[in-house]
Write a protein that binds this ligand. Structure first.
Ligand SMILES: Cc1ncc(COP(=O)(O)O)c(C=O)c1O
Ligand SMILES: N[C@@H](CCCC[NH3+])C(=O)O
Length: 421
């Protein structure tokens, strides 16, 4: 968190005061620290340094071109789940041979485009998808490199909506069916089997479930090896969490994570892929918002801010905790506030009964740790345009996505000429 600090009573990101940015960019907006993104990447890279590894950033966490370019420049690959994400990654400079394509519903045109670009591998999630990739590859006169994503049926201690590795989740192929699926894949004419993929969930802070999952990968590797199916790549997914709430959360033990990989998988001479999203960008960004009104009641005090659930969905979707801080350091007495947005839903709430120094109309606050699953999950509910994104590096800042023009948003609709005039 070292890049977010109060200096002269003003909250800074790197060398730039947030209030300086807000003078030229209307709130709400996201702001990211390029240096923190770089540091997060380099720290993971050094943790894995003596393993033959490739970090494929999970583009779903933050797909801004400037963020992707920052990571690509350090050598990052990309884990994508749609044609759009694939195009974004390539456009930002990620080479195709560092791209893995995950996701349960890849369509033929997406597969075709990825094949033509020459991506590193498709992470296959079902038998039906396997046949479809084979069909498209035959049509394109190519061979598709694939890994099969297994569902190891391992539970993790995270929000139910972001656990992915248990039998009830839609992801991957059940462990019991995995061997047969690999054999099937190996016999398809336009498929080259190269890897095993596993991803058990997101915001994982206790790394022990990785051990059970990787054990299953190791067992499968051995069975495949005995059948002469050559596995060169072990894609271990993402999922490492961050500390959103210093009073209640801990950071994952990265030494232990690394040791689990070593203990369970190092006997195989494979390339390891990891697909971190949140752990590379979440703590590098915040959402800056202005207090529109305070509304002091007998039961509750509300702070109505100009960001809302359409801009940042995590609190309303997952009841996620995010720290909220005033931009101007304050010595005023604390008050308990419900911090809410202007959208017409009671779920449009960023925090309940949060203690903050007294704030009033015009004051700025930041919602912290919004650099992953923030802007990417925003929408235009209540006809609110998508907000700007800003990047800071040292003493410089730049808009890296312009706020959506409200008129453009309205003009997307068309009124058919057969409607009553
Ligand atoms: C296949 C896959 N890889 C990587 C990720 C990134 O996860 P995280 O942001 O938790 O690192 C996800 C999201 O859960 C995923 O589904
Ligand atoms: N959107 C989720 C993470 C999803 C991970 C992708 N499988 C979050 O904000 O926590």
């Amino acid at each position: 968190m070292s890049e977010f600090k109060y200096k002269s009573s003003q909250l800074h990101i790197e060398g730039v005061a947030i209030s300086t940015i807000s003078k030229s960019i209307p709130t709400p907006f996201y702001v990211y620290s390029a240096t923190m993104i770089e540091n997060n990447f380099l720290s993971l890279q050094s943790r894995l340094s003596d393993l033959n590894h490739l970090i494929c950033f999970a583009v779903k966490a933050n797909s801004n071109q400037a963020v992707l370019r920052t990571l690509a420049a350090l050598g990052s690959g990309a884990d994508v789940v749609s044609l759009g994400e694939l195009k974004r990654a390539l456009h930002a400079g990620v080479p195709p041979h560092k791209v893995v394509f995950s996701g349960v519903g890849k369509k033929a045109h997406e597969i075709e485009y990825a094949l033509e670009q020459g991506i590193l591998q498709f992470n296959v999630e079902s038998v039906a998808e396997l046949h479809n990739i084979n069909k498209v590859a035959i049509k394109c006169n190519k061979s598709a490199n694939i890994a099969i994503r297994i569902n190891p049926d391992v539970a993790v201690d995270t929000h139910a909506k972001i656990t992915t590795g248990t039998a009830e989740n839609k992801f991957g192929i059940g462990y019991e069916q995995a061997l047969d699926t690999f054999v099937l894949a190996d016999n398809l004419p336009a498929i080259t089997v190269q890897g095993i993929h596993v991803h058990i969930g997101s915001q994982i802070t206790d790394v022990t479930p990785f051990k059970a999952a990787f054990k299953r990968v190791a067992d499968l590797y051995k069975q495949l090896n005995a059948l002469g199916i050559d596995i060169k790549v072990l894609d271990l997914g993402g999922g490492l969490g961050i500390c959103y709430d210093p009073e209640n959360d801990s950071l994952p033990d990265m030494a232990e994570y690394r040791q689990i990989i070593e203990d369970e998988l190092s006997e195989f001479n494979c390339q390891y892929i990891v697909e971190p999203g949140r752990s590379l960008t979440a703590d590098t960004g915040c959402l800056v918002s202005e207090v529109i009104y305070d509304k002091l009641g007998t039961d509750r005090n509300f702070l109505i801010v100009d960001a809302a659930m359409n801009d940042f969905a995590r609190p309303s979707l997952y009841d996620a905790y995010h720290r909220i801080s005033p931009v101007l350091e304050s010595t005023k007495p604390n008050k308990k506030y419900d911090i809410v947005g202007p959208v017409c839903e009671s779920g449009d709430t960023f925090a309940v009964a949060r203690e903050l120094p007294e704030l009033e109309s015009g004051d700025l606050v930041v919602i912290q740790d919004c650099g992953a699953y923030g802007a990417v999950m925003s929408g235009t509910y209540n006809t609110r345009p998508l907000i700007a994104e800003v990047m800071v590096k040292n003493d410089a800042f730049a808009v890296i996505r312009k706020r959506q023009n409200l008129d453009d948003l309205i003009n997307l609709d068309q009124i058919p000429n057969w409607l009553a005039s």
